[in-house]
Ligand binder design. Sequence first.
Ligand code: HEM
Length: 460
Amino acid sequence: MTSQIPQPAGWPFIGNVLDIVTSFSCESFHRLAQQHGEIYQLNLLGRKLILVSSHALVDELSDDKRFKKAVGGALMEARDLLHDGLFTAFNHEANWAVAHRLLSPSFRTSAVQQTFDGMREICADLVGKWMQNDDRAPIDLTIDFTRLALDTIAYCTMSYRMNSFATDEPPRFSEAMSAFLRECNGRANRPYLLNILMRGRNAAYCSNIEYMRGVAKAIIAERQCGVRKGQQDLLHALINGRDPKTKGGLSDSEIADNVLTFLLAGHETTSATMSFAIYYLIKYPDVLRKLQAEIYAVVGDQSIEYEDLARLHYLTAVLRETLRLQPPAFVRVVYSVEDTTVAGGKYAIAAGSGIALLIRETQRDPAVWGTDANEFCPERMMNGRFERLPPNAWQPFGYGARGCIGKNFSWQEMKLVLCTLVQQFDLALADPAYELELSQAMTIKPKNLSIRALPKRRKW
Ligand code: HEM
């Protein structure tokens, strides 16, 4: 005998739409999880969504045979731009497998290592900007990390210089991408007819799509004209690669889909994680002191080298703990392959049901992380404790075949950048009273986070 999955009382026709602040669903899902427990369901304009927030349920649902990635809601809207690119492809679409096979070699550790010097070059742009900030004006951290992560992904995977540090304006591409993703969220949660009537929004949505596809076309055209023709990077694999299985390649439009996919997936999450990490380091001075000591011991006052990365164990723990408390991709959605039950047979789930795994909630589940689950404590990620965690307790990079392909890339970038900044600057909040606020498009990042960065007189 199964039990009814709890559901807040809704309204006729619209169901539970008013329970969700669509521009900030992360907070709404959290509030509802506090009220209804580890599993609840919502009726969103007739679309049923089940949401789970305990580690036990996320662990059970992390099973590729029973539950697969769902491309619905905002992700479905994002297909207007990305089509069947790697991130937004349906599981059955042939192009996902082709692109995955073509691109996986570009993300092996040895291939990512080749991008180290490029990452260091872009990091030098950021350091240069902060060094020249003579009047020590507050720095909008998320914007600078957006510049950095966008330039890094474009340069290190496509050998294309975005030069986002050349202007004081926020990078146009990332502004267009954020506006597009916010609108994807909005469209997914509004009735179809209302979407049609919102002409102003639709015009902005289409013009952002057009602008971003123009950028992708320019990147591809430059390479096809022979610029950096011999460069063996991800763009080379997209343009010239032939799938070992089908012997086929990708069309120009499919190449553009994946260029945009990487520009999107490769910068939002990485820049958000680095912003959260700096926030926690400033808020927890003991952690910052410990990290400084490790950096001085391993790197000293020299430029960081690739070999240093593996020896920065405390920095690894800081990043793991940041990604536990603030996973930028705070939710991932799966669907049930067949009729099934979960929680030891307690709840029935029909085939095809969408289930949102609230990773930001799970990664704070006291059953795994204890009563201080909300505290920032990198020590819980060290000395074998991370390796002994229960399966799927820490899942910021997703799961299985549809998990993050860029994990090694982002890890290398984040360690290089954070090490360099901690080594070279004294960091403080511009407003010492600032408490973390979130802003949300498809992912979350800190809102209104300004810092001051004072170059260290002596590096140690
Ligand atoms: C997929 C997180 C950095 C490229 C994913 C997924 C997550 C994730 C959770 C799975 C999404 C789902 O199930 O719907 C992160 C985090 C990052 C990061 C937290 C940084 C801290 C990157 C970077 C790249 C990248 C740097 C590119 C270089 C992708 C792609 C996919 C993906 C292409 C789709 C994979 C597929 O479906 O086959 N990422 N990501 N990510 N990520 Fe990342």
